[in-house]
Design a protein around this ligand. Structure first.
Ligand code: SAM
Length: 215
């Protein structure tokens, strides 16, 4: 089910630069053919990710959870010259759609899709990351965080998606796996003295996290 943006959310979307035609087509195909199209980041968060990547000058981006490629293509639009994105997806059906749209984009040589469990892919990738977008299975969020935190470059940072989980994090009667995963992640990050974080109410909640450094 698509996320209900509410009146101010719809207004924010209307006041945001619309997606390029390729991304609009990708969103349409995703809604028509793939299960759970509500997972698509969409206009506001896509532009937000693009601007985070652009503003930080990130050259090495890691994404956990490609789905149909909307967020990978959004981030690619903000990449610094010579930059690249590794994106992880476990479901070949999702990866096939992403591959097709990335192939038609100007960023085909900058995005690599790794099909398989993201934790295995992270372990097999070399080097440091300037920006990591965590958006795969919720029960693994703490594991993803612990796997990528030591791999950040000097000014590297993390964005984690869905940290408000449609408000279900506040519903004490909700004990589902996804809700427990997101709650555990939020509490884990908040209690972690190694980092500084901010939870934003962008779309379904986006938490930005950076290592604390010497302060
Ligand atoms: C919320 S969607 C990602 C949405 C995408 N970032 C976008 O903006 O369109 C989560 C994706 O993570 C994938 N996924 C789930 N478990 C995974 C795992 N263990 N490793 C890699 N990908 C996984 C799912 O198949 C799904 O496509």
């Amino acid at each position: 089910m698509p996320l209900d943006l509410g009146e101010t959310g719809r207004y924010a979307e209307e006041q945001t630069t619309p997606p390029v035609p390729l991304l609009a087509r990708l969103a349409e195909e995703t809604r028509e053919t793939l299960p759970s199209p509500g997972m698509l980041t969409g206009t506001v968060e896509g532009r937000f990710l693009e601007l985070l990547v652009y503003g930080s000058g990130a050259r090495r981006v890691l994404e956990l959870g490609t789905y149909s490629g909307y967020s990978a293509l959004s981030m690619a639009a903000g990449l610094a010259r010579g930059g690249r994105i590794d994106t992880c997806e476990v479901d070949e059906r999702h990866a096939e759609v992403a591959r097709r749209y990335i192939g038609q984009s100007p960023y085909a040589d900058r995005i690599t899709i790794h099909v398989g469990p993201a934790l295995d892919t992270i372990a097999g990738l070399e080097g440091e990351f300037d920006f990591v977008f965590i958006d795969a299975d919720k029960p693994n969020y703490v594991n993803y965080y612990e796997a990528v935190l030591p791999r950040l470059s000097e000014h590297g940072f993390i964005a984690a998606d869905n940290t408000l989980w449609s408000g279900r994090v506040l519903d004490e009667s909700d004990d589902s796996e996804g809700t427990r995963g997101i709650r555990a992640f939020n509490e884990h990050v908040r209690a972690d003295d190694r980092v500084v974080s901010v939870m934003l109410t962008v779309r379904d909640g986006v938490t930005l996290i950076r290592p604390r450094g010497g302060d």
